[in-house]
Design a protein around this ligand. Structure first.
Ligand code: TYM
Length: 429
């Protein structure tokens, strides 16, 4: 190659590198303006929290529409059950292919539900949301549930915990999950450390189908992530494929499809877990598995406000399932961010800003009484009801829920835990 040609080649290379750098910079700037939603970090740009409309577009999901709510109501009503207010009120707000599950149900085809928990400490009310909805779906669809406990994930992400400490959280959290009321004949709860052997063939299939570049893009991994973290997504992905559970689904009819194995799966979770399952949907057909369906909940905020995330290491950010009535009262009175006026006069004149008010956000989730909620929305919003009264209603509501949960949990024995964790053929309707 002549000197001239070489210089030209170098210049072109430099130009390309510069273009690539500018593109990366632009991407970084663009990302700064977006809400950050990953399984490891949630950061909203605005005071009112995450912009869910934009997120739905970004994640290629669809909003749950009226027609879908009507269908689900019809199915629930036939079982004599009222459709959960979380779907009616939009806490569960978007989905991937939920209609496939509804069609399977109507055609009498089997499908299963999959959800999970990373045992990194005591559970708070936010953690319970996905389990309550999964149990509700088990009731209305009569289907099997698998619950993954990612003890390995929490070890890889938390340097402060030993494996023994995580094991203790695991056993305690499983009691919380069982207390939600899952059917023991239709539910399998497993720890990754204990069940990994059964999952491993599928894990390696998924690992071979995903490149490092893809997980970097999806999860924001960098060179300083440990290699366990980089490989972990495959472990959370595989339980959505029914072929991971040959023994558990032994009684299920075999699928005849040549394109993909097994039967469909629906995953209820909050939107923070979406990156795992978007990745699963991307590679499913390549490894001849079915794309999982998902139903996503909004992330409900820390007591301190919509911009922040509840944290297992900061007790005052959330209501824990172990909290005593007085702790609940103090946390709400002291820490729940209020959108009410700063003075009595201001409140009476302008009312509360319900878009930033945390007690109202919590009531929307936990107060079942539609009429009382509407009264609070109107009166608190126009200033004829004060913050003290709204907080009092919230305190009473949560004290009741947490107390009932604690009483149920006290009845869950180690034998019951063992039963749920024993690999066995599950029943299905
Ligand atoms: P984890 O333990 O962080 O959370 C457990 C479940 O609770 C949801 N969640 C919330 N939902 C609403 N508001 C909140 N503030 C809130 N905080 C947590 C999470 O979305 C999740 O559904 N890696 C997972 C465990 C896992 C999993 C799964 C979760 C394994 N397989 C399949 C869902 C589906 C984790 O650490 O979740």
């Amino acid at each position: 190659m002549s000197q001239k040609e070489e210089t030209k080649k170098e210049e072109t290379k430099k130009e390309e590198t510069k273009k690539e750098e500018t593109k990366q910079e632009e991407k970084k700037e663009e990302t700064k303006k977006q809400d950050l939603v990953t399984p490891y970090e949630i950061k909203a740009v605005s005071e009112t929290g995450i912009d869910y409309d934009k997120l739905v577009d970004r994640f290629g999901a669809s909003m749950i529409n009226e027609e879908m709510i009507e269908k689900l109501t019809e199915i629930a009503t036939k079982k004599g059950i009222k459709l959960h207010h979380w779907i009616r009120r939009g806490l569960y707000f978007c989905h991937h292919d939920l209609h496939r599950i509804i069609i399977d149900y109507e055609q009498g085809k089997p499908f299963f539900l999959y959800t999970g928990r990373g045992p990194s400490g005591q559970m708070h009310l936010g953690h319970l949301v996905s389990f309550i909805l999964t149990k509700h779906f088990q009731d209305i669809f009569g289907c099997a549930v698998v619950v993954q406990m990612t003890d390995d994930e929490k070890y890889l992400w938390n340097r402060k915990f030993t494996q023994l400490q995580i094991h203790k959280f695991l056993m305690d959290n499983i009691k919380d999950i069982i207390s939600v009321g899952f059917d023991p004949e239709k539910t399998f709860i497993f720890s990754d450390y204990q069940y990994i052997k059964e999952m491993y063939p599928n894990i390696t299939k998924v690992q071979r189908a995903i490149t490092f570049s893809q997980v970097k893009g999806t999860f924001g991994f960098t060179n300083s992530n440990n290699i366990g973290q980089v490989a972990f997504p495959a472990i959370q992905i595989v339980p959505c494929f029914s072929s991971t559970f040959p023994k558990i689904f032994e009684n299920f009819p075999k699928s005849k499809s040549k394109k993909s194995r097994g039967f469909n799966c629906l995953i209820p979770c909050a939107i923070d877990q979406a990156p795992y399952f978007r990745q699963a949907r991307e590679i499913a057909y390549r490894i001849k598995e079915k794309k999982p369906s998902l139903i996503y909940a909004k992330f409900f905020p820390a007591l301190q406000g919509h911009k922040t995330k509840m944290s297992s290491s900061k007790q005052t950010t959330a209501i824990y399932l172990t909290d005593k009535p007085n702790q609940i009262k103090n946390k709400i009175n002291k820490h729940a961010f209020s959108g009410g006026g700063r003075t009595k006069e201001e409140h009476e004149k302008f009312g509360a800003d319900l878009t930033v008010d945390v007690p109202y956000a919590y009531l929307k989730v936990f107060l079942e009484d539609d009429e009382l909620l509407e009264e609070i929305r109107v009166k608190y919003g126009n200033g004829t009801m004060g913050t003290v009264q709204v907080k009092r209603t919230l305190i009473e509501t949560l004290q009741k829920i947490v107390k009932k949960h604690q009483e149920t949990k006290a009845q869950v024995t180690d034998e019951t835990v063992e039963l749920f964790m024993t690999p066995r053929a599950l029943k299905f309707d």
